[in-house]
Design a protein around this ligand. Structure first.
Ligand code: IYR
Length: 223
């Protein structure tokens, strides 16, 4: 049981202990790793709506992420309004046209070729929900945050894992620059777009690139 220590100006509660056996740990983490390996970035969605309570629970999971000084410098804007989605598509395609036609180097375009991406972003209107994640910087009602990119990155990792746990498909989309998102969504100047995540179900004929993850031996170093 957690009892609050009222004698300190900074109260503490007992740390949680989960009492999971080593065998159970092995089973759980292997199951989690296998499930996560089945997540694929999806670019073709159906327009089938996603239950809002499922999205809300996923955002609740994201909002449990650790953050610098526990400032929790994130905002999750869930967009389902078709007119707003259309405006976001127009804004993103404007930036992306510029990216694919001018800004991207030949090297960058070659790296993207296997993904088959281009400036056309129909998923921004087809997907039933878009979650636009903002970094929250110092503002009138907001404290100065620390390690904002790291904190929001961890929260987005939690969010993607939570949505995947619910069987929902996601895409991490980063039209660049993303300033138009704050304008369309009426966010204050101290909120900066971090990533745009379409959420929904894969189209019946959706295909994904035949690519693989690096073997563990390449990414894990033991010392
Ligand atoms: N933001 C562009 C380009 C793009 C860049 C990378 I790196 C990707 O992994 C995928 C796309 C777009 O969304 O098309």
């Amino acid at each position: 049981m957690s009892t609050t220590d009222l004698s300190s100006p900074y109260p503490t509660v007992a740390a949680p202990h989960f009492d999971i056996s080593v065998e159970e740990s092995r089973r759980r983490v292997a199951e989690f790793a296998e499930w996560m390996a089945r997540r694929r970035t999806i670019r073709d969605f159906t327009d089938e709506p996603v239950p809002m309570d499922v999205i809300e629970s996923a955002v609740a999971a994201a909002a449990t992420a650790p953050s610098g000084a526990n400032i929790q410098p994130w905002r999750f804007v869930v967009v389902t309004d078709p007119a707003l989605k259309e405006q976001i598509r127009v804004g993103a395609e404007e930036e992306e046209r510029e990216f694919y036609q001018r800004r991207a180097s030949e090297e960058w375009l070659a790296a993207l070729a296997p993904l088959g991406t281009d400036h056309d972003k129909p998923f921004l209107v087809t997907a039933p929900a878009l979650i636009v994640v903002f970094e929250v910087h110092k503002g009138v009602d907001e404290p100065r945050p620390y390690y904002v990119k790291e904190s929001v990155g961890i929260a987005v990792g939690f969010l993607l894992a939570a949505l995947h746990s619910a069987g929902l498909a996601t895409l991490t989309h980063t039209p660049s620059p993303m300033k138009f998102l704050g304008e369309i969504l009426g966010r204050p100047a101290n909120e900066r777009p971090y990533v745009l995540i379409p959420v929904g179900y894969p189209a019946p004929d959706a295909r994904v690139p035949d690519i693989s993850r690096k073997p563990l031996g390449e990414v894990l170093v033991r010392r």
